[in-house]
Design a protein around this ligand. Sequence first.
Ligand code: CTP
Ligand code: MG
Length: 231
Amino acid sequence: MTAQLNPRGDVAVLVPAAGAGVRLGPGRPKALRLLAGEPLLVHAVRRLAAAPSVHTIVVAAPAAEVAAVRDLLAPVAPVTVVPGGAERQASVAAALAAVPAGPEIVLVHDAARALTPPEVVESVAATVRAGHDAVIPVLPVVDTIKEVDAGEVVLGTVDRATLRVVQTPQGFRRAVLSAAHAAAADALTDDAGLVEKQGVAVRCVPGSEYALKITRPFDLALAEHLLAGGS
Ligand code: CTP
Ligand code: MG
C-alpha cells in the first residue's frame, strides 16, 4: 500500500541517510540496518509520512544504494531519493537541491532517529509556521557535565541547567536554510549550527526520548526494546 503524502502540506523533509554507521560496527550502511526486521530508514520515513504537514520527503542515500533505497521506500511513501555526500552536511545540501517549488518550511531529519514520533515533526513545523526561522527539538541534560583537559583532568563543572541535548527534525524557513548552506564553510554536525553562524535566532521546543539517535549497538538494542513495548 502506498502512503499518500498530503498535497496541501507545507513541509519538505530532508532525510540524511548516507552515513556508513561506523560506530554501529561492521555491516551495511546504518540506514539499511534492520530494527525489528525492517531497515532504520523505513521506520523513519513511515513516521515522517504519518505527519499531516509533510508534503515532500527527499532522502539522501549512500551513492551505491540509491536504486535499492528507491525500491525499499516505494511501498512506504512517495519519496525522492538522491545520492548523499561524504559528510552529513553534503548529504543535506544534495537533498535540499532536490526539493521542488512549493514547501516553504524545510525540516532536516536523521534517518538514524528512526523512532521519532510524528508529533515532534508537527510541533517543529508548527513553530516555524508561527514565525520562528529556525527550530530545534531538545531535551534537558540529565547527567553532570565536566570540562576536562587533554590529560583527562577536570577543569570545571558546567551548569547543566543552561545546556540542552539536540535532536532532529530541525526546522527552518526554506530561504534561511538555503542561505545557511550556501554560506557554509566548515562541516558541522547539525543544520541549526549553520544557521546560528548566520546570526539567526534558533528556537528550542521539547523533543522526545523516542527520537534518540541510533549510534552504537546499545542504541539499536534499546530501540528494539522500545518497539517491542509497542511504541
Ligand atoms: N549521514 C549522511 N551522510 C553522511 C554522513 C551521515 O547522510 N556522509 C547521515 C546518517 O545516515 C545519519 C545522520 O546523518 O542518518 C546522522 O549521522 P550519524 O548518526 O553520525 O550516522 P553515520 O555517519 O552513519 O554513523 P557513524 O558516524 O558512526 O559512521
Ligand atoms: Mg557520522
